[in-house]
Design a protein around this ligand. Structure first.
Ligand code: F6P
Length: 545
């Protein structure tokens, strides 16, 4: 038995789970349940009252956090300890958004001056593009930014830029390319003009195949349009920790923005990887984004666990994963600008906590990261919400909604909100058999038919959800929201005693992909691999099935 599953709190939670009444009853018994189980911080409100929790369950979860030394682990992360043990790295995305006068040390060196210098370089660059001072090879100003990157070097900047669409200063257009599928870049370049397009190449390692291939294609496109090799510097900048490779590749040294080992890819939008965000929204909005995240960092680092939003959310999520065997969790954004947030949290959480050994390398005897999925409200209500309401799986849900819309036309926002709140209510209370039967009163149906239909209309309820509200989606509230989910992910990893900051699982596929590529390019029939892989490779070479 692992340390975690043998703790007193874990054992007590196992027992306690079966004694909890239906949430309907919990609400009936406690008129103050919302006041008692909601929390405001960093311009966000978390309502966690619609969860299968009572005071005892909550206090046992906090005890579990204590027994697993969560507070100590939080301090270790913020103070720059090398908590990414398999790569011997600190985990300091929080330093990227910390106040300028703060000191954060990695191996005895304060990293803050370098962070500030990079922000200054970003600001100057953004201003020179916006003012038109930065010119393309024919002397024209930049109109289009094409960001090339993948994974953490793509999704953060893309989703944040999308979410902050109302804040774009409209000096430039933005496009994002990640996939190595040629269609992706070809379709983006169709709407761009080589004379006025700037490519922002983002790759921490500068060795990611997809990004290198897309960058080469972009460079060829520029040269084919008539630019010379010397002109490339006017159209390409890069963000990387591998300056040597980047210069060798042909990026002018002055056009390189640094990245550091102590920033993980999926936590990197706060670094120069966020340059596309700053280019689209302006540097002021980017700084507000950082400030919102920093505020949540302070809250996470200092608030007692019982009033700590990321800790509460992390423990609730773990409660369902480990004690209710909830295999998946859904994130539902009731805001069109936030439609990408489920995908962002999916990458953040699943790449971080999709692990099956503890820090010491022991195989785990408990579940870790759930499958995170989701989408945009209200669309999902007409599709997969059926399963969330009535399916056999328990799927805890997060509903995210700003109270004020950026586009307050007609009754749209009231209807959006009514759907959001109506869904959480329906999930919680469900519909009993007698309620379903009562709804059929007066219908011309036999008793047997009524019984059969009522059984189909029963909704078990007791289905958990969190609701996260903010006044309005702003750069600052978005920063706090993303930081909240980063720390929620951390909390779970800390209690599970896993390394949330490496991603060895993606490596084997990459290596085999390189081997397969060689085989695809070879003249010979492939016979050395398993029968399926041989056949698929040979079919591809033949070009027909
Ligand atoms: O393949 C996964 C990954 O390693 C991510 O963790 C990372 O964000 C992404 O690839 C891109 O890596 P890079 O920034 O080095 O190109």
């Amino acid at each position: 038995m692992s340390f975690l599953t043998s703790t007193a709190s874990w054992q007590a939670l196992k027992q306690h789970k079966d004694t909890l009444p239906h949430m309907r009853q919990l609400f009936t018994e406690d008129a103050q349940r919302f006041e008692n189980m909601s929390l405001k911080s960093c311009d966000l409100l978390l309502d966690y009252s619609k969860n299968r929790l009572d005071d005892k369950a909550l206090s046992l979860l906090f005890k579990l956090a204590e027994e697993t030394q969560l507070s100590k682990k939080i301090t270790a992360m913020f103070s720059g300890e090398a908590i990414n043990t398999t790569e011997n790295r600190s985990v300091l995305h929080t330093a990227l958004r910390a106040k300028a006068d703060k000191q954060v040390f990695v191996d005895g060196v304060n990293v803050m001056p370098e962070v500030q210098q990079t922000l200054t370089k970003m600001k100057q660059f953004v201003e020179s593009v916006h003012s038109g001072e930065w010119k393309g090879y024919t002397g024209k100003s930049i109109t289009d930014i094409v960001s090339i990157g993948i994974g953490g070097s793509f999704l953060g900047p893309k989703i944040v830029s999308q979410a902050l669409r109302p804040y774009w200063n409209n000096k430039v257009n933005g496009h994002f390319v990640a996939n190595v599928d040629g269609t992706s870049i070809v379709e983006k370049l169709k709407v761009c003009d080589p004379e006025t397009t700037l490519f922002v190449m983002s790759s921490k390692s500068f060795s990611t195949q997809e990004t290198l291939t897309n960058t080469l294609t972009a460079k060829d496109w520029l040269l084919d349009a008539g630019a010379t090799q010397q002109d490339v510097a006017k159209h390409f900048v890069a963000i990387t920790s591998n300056v040597e490779q980047a210069t060798e590749f042909g990026i002018a040294e002055n056009n390189i923005f640094p990245m550091w080992d102590w920033v993980g890819g999926r936590y990197s939008l706060w670094s120069a990887i966020g340059l596309p965000i700053a280019l689209l929204t302006g540097f002021t909005a980017f700084k507000e984004l950082l400030a919102g995240a920093a505020e949540m960092d302070d809250h996470f680092a200092t608030a007692p666990l019982k009033q700590n939003m990321p800790a509460i959310m992390g423990l609730i999520s773990l409660w369902y994963s480990n004690f209710y065997q909830a295999q998946t969790q859904v994130v539902l954004s009731y805001d069109h600008y936030l439609r990408g947030i489920p995908a962002y949290i999916q990458q953040l959480d699943m790449e971080s906590n999709g692990k099956s050994v503890d820090l010491a390398g022991n195989e785990l005897d408990y579940t870790t990261g759930p499958v995170i999925w989701g989408g945009e409200g209200t669309n999902g209500q007409h599709a997969y919400h059926q399963l969330i309401h009535q399916g056999t799986a328990l799927i805890p849900a997060d509903f995210i909604m700003p109270l004020q819309s950026h586009n307050p036309i007609g009754v749209h926002h009231q209807q959006l909100a009514s759907n959001c709140f109506g869904q959480t209510q329906a999930l919680m209370q469900g519909r009993t058999y007698s309620e379903a039967l009562a709804e059929l009163d007066g219908k011309e149906l036999s008793d047997a038919q009524k019984d059969m239909i009522a059984k189909h209309k029963v909704m078990p309820g007791n289905r958990p959800s969190n609701t996260i509200l903010m006044d309005k989606l702003t750069p600052k509230t978005l920063g706090s929201l993303i930081s909240l989910y980063e720390h929620r992910t951390f909390v779970q990893g800390a209690v599970w005693d896993i390394n949330s900051f490496d991603q060895w699982g993606v490596e084997l596929g990459k290596a085999l992909g390189v081997d397969v590529l060689e085989r695809l390019e070879s003249q010979n029939n492939c016979t050395e691999l398993d029968a399926s892989s041989n056949a698929l490779i040979n079919l591809f070479k033949a070009g027909q099935i």
